[in-house]
Design a protein. Structure first.
Length: 358
């Protein structure tokens, strides 16, 4: 028997062992479900899931790619959690959007996904307990923040439980050859993000704006001269061909998503906190509000201002910074901010994001 056959035999044995261990993992999840019957209902904690995945990855020698391990264990926990306690997750629909991809990346394929029509619907679903979590796009590296989402946080009691950053890859999608394309359907934003490629490769094509990238794929599928700009997921779900990948003008096209829920997340040691504050309308008030961050060496990762809509020329500030609300240093910071500001509201502490590809 040659060496190659020996290796293949060992690999097959390992595959069988993996399947056996997965069966045992599922049996344990079912046992926990039985033990929890009749117990007080407890909201799911995404920080616990993140910690379990991190522990598994850290036990690896590094031979298996880390990103692959993350995807594998996300799916394992997704399947087992559904046996233990099924989850419902809402996202901005329809099926195949980048928000759908973000939700799949965060939760795996086994949860019950619910596509909704607007960002407000995503907040409502969590507040009314129609969904355990919602996946919400909050900012893009080229288009900036989603102001309607920031505004909704002002009047909502939901908490940010997690965040993820997707590398958005636009594709040209069609079932006809490129030289037959006369119309391209998509949301206005991808047209802006793919201007150079379109000008170089399809300068004569008519650009038709539609409500979403997925609607563009559906319109292209129904036409005999059309194509769409969207992601791979939308192409796969609609049985369409990908004619070109990565047609965006910049490779640094990222979208940040947050997962909102009803309860705060426990510390993981790799956390950040988001809050809203308003300040007095006088010279030096912003400096007074920000100085406590510097004096405690707390890294502020983002600050964004928005009009209050209550009084003209008054603003609230959305701030992200490193640390968790349970940290002593962060608690001291929040106490000082309460004295230096007119209003302060925490949006939650949660695990810092990793980057993923859409």
């Amino acid at each position: 028997m040659n060496k190659k056959e020996d290796i293949r035999r060992e690999m097959r044995n390992l595959d069988r062992e993996i399947a056996s261990h997965l069966d045992r993992r599922a049996e344990l999840a079912k046992e926990i479900s039985r033990l929890n019957q009749g117990a007080e209902y407890k909201e799911a904690d995404l920080s616990e899931t993140r910690s379990l995945i991190d522990e598994a990855i850290q036990s690896s020698s590094g031979a298996f790619p880390q990103d692959g391990l993350n995807r594998i264990f996300t799916e394992i926990l997704s399947q087992c959690n559904q046996l233990e306690r099924p989850l419902t997750v809402a996202y901005l629909g329809p099926d195949g959007t980048f928000t759908h991809q973000a939700a799949l990346t965060a939760f795996g394929s086994a949860v019950r996904f619910v596509p909704l029509a607007t960002p407000d619907d995503l907040f409502d679903a969590v507040e009314k307990k129609q969904a355990d979590f919602s996946c919400v796009a909050i900012e893009n590296s080229t288009g900036g923040v989603v102001h309607s989402v920031l505004d909704r946080f002002l009047n909502s009691d939901v908490k940010i439980n997690s965040e993820l950053i997707l590398y958005v890859r636009h594709c040209l999608i069609s079932n006809i050859p490129m030289n037959k394309i006369k119309r391209i359907f998509s949301h206005p934003q991808p047209f802006l993000q793919c201007r150079k490629w379109l000008r170089s490769n399809l300068p004569e094509a008519q650009l038709v704006e539609v409500s979403s990238t997925v609607e563009g794929v559906r319109r292209a599928k129904a036409s005999d001269d059309g194509a769409a700009i969207s992601g791979e997921l939308a192409a796969n779900l609609n049985g369409m061909n990908i004619l070109a990948k990565d047609i965006q003008d910049t490779l640094e096209n990222f979208t940040r998503f947050v997962i909102i829920g009803r309860q705060a997340s426990a510390p993981t040691g790799e956390d950040k906190t988001s809050l809203i504050l308003s300040i007095k309308h006088r010279p030096g008030s912003l400096f007074e509000a920000l100085q406590p961050f510097a004096s405690r060496f707390i890294n502020m990762t983002k600050i964004e201002s928005r009009p209050t809509r209550q009084r003209p020329w008054e603003y609230v500030f959305f701030i992200d910074f490193d640390g968790h609300e349970n940290d002593r240093k962060v608690q001291d910071l929040l106490d000082e901010l309460k004295r230096a500001t007119l209003f302060i509201k925490s949006l939650g502490s949660y695990p810092r994001a990793r980057n993923y590809e859409a």
